[in-house]
Write a protein of this length. Structure first.
Length: 282
């Protein structure tokens, strides 16, 4: 009887071992090398179990708000809004006012760089060169309001931006005006009404960027005081530039802007454009 029980136990153990070996073989066969694309567009390969979620990556933004001229009280509100938007869209986000973060190694971590209410001359030549290489490598730029009141003596940045603020005629006071959303197909405007009435400080520009950029929104100068550009007064635009993507809105002076759902949707749509589909391979 003992020998019979021992034989049965041996058979059961052998069956279990065979089953485990079969399962292990199947798992090994289903494992495959899947290319992983990081958030900066660089590709690497890892041996992982096949999964529909494998390869998902988190986008990362750098929000830069250094000022060497006028400093907007609304910077803090812009940071709060962008932190919330990034969280809602599963983006990583870093904030800085330290120009030394503009190096090749550090900028490579970001899908787009947001100039949030920057002013004045804020970079040295090495930092400028690093940012130029970042854009040429397929990086994205987003300029908010006084990003056009920044680095007037840097011609390359002027091209990226589209047009500087007019330092003679500057801007209106904070007032209500009517905007014409002339292109409602772009991610930063497809949620906007054709006529958008809102309150902000309205910039005049040193030159009309039309022809160099794709204009999204113009302002009707007959609806407020302080405009100097006439019937064609662009307020928001985008373009491909020197290997990368640039988007700019002249809006965002007031703290209230960063609690307006439509303005925030407009801003996030611009970030979406600037990020594109990933960094260009070099």
């Amino acid at each position: 009887m003992v020998k019979k029980n021992w034989a049965i136990t041996l058979v059961v153990v052998l069956i279990l071992l065979a089953t485990l070996a079969t399962i292990a073989s199947l798992v090994y066969k289903n494992a495959k090398t899947i290319p992983q694309v990081s958030c900066n567009g660089q590709q690497a390969s890892f041996t992982v179990l096949a999964s529909p979620t494998t390869g998902a990556c988190q986008r990362r933004l750098l929000v830069f708000s250094k000022t060497a001229g006028f400093r907007h009280a609304s910077i803090k509100d812009g940071k709060i809004a962008l932190q919330k938007l990034a969280s809602e869209h599963n983006f990583a986000i870093d904030f800085s006012e330290d120009s030394t973060v503009f190096t090749d190694a550090n900028l490579a971590h970001y899908d787009a760089v947001v100039f949030l209410l920057t002013t004045g001359a804020i970079f040295d030549n090495n930092q400028k060169a690093a940012f130029e290489r970042y854009i040429r490598g397929g990086g994205g730029y987003v300029g908010v309001h006084s990003a056009s009141d920044t680095e007037y003596d840097w011609p390359w940045y002027g091209g990226l931006l589209g047009s500087f603020m007019d330092r003679i005629h500057k801007h209106s006071r904070v007032t209500q005006a009517t905007l014409h959303v002339t292109d409602r197909t772009q991610p930063s405007t497809n949620m906007l009404p054709p006529l958008w009435i809102r309150t902000d400080e309205w910039y005049n520009f040193a030159s009309n960027p039309r022809g160099k950029v794709h204009v999204l929104i113009t302002i009707d100068e007959s609806t407020y005081k302080g405009g100097t550009m006439g019937v064609d007064h662009p307020i928001a635009w985008y373009h491909a530039y020197d290997g990368g993507r640039a988007w700019y809105t002249a809006m965002g002076h007031t703290s209230e802007s960063y609690y307006e759902p439509l303005f925030l949707a407009h801003l996030w749509g611009g970030i979406t454009y600037a990020i594109g589909t990933g960094r260009k391979q070099t």
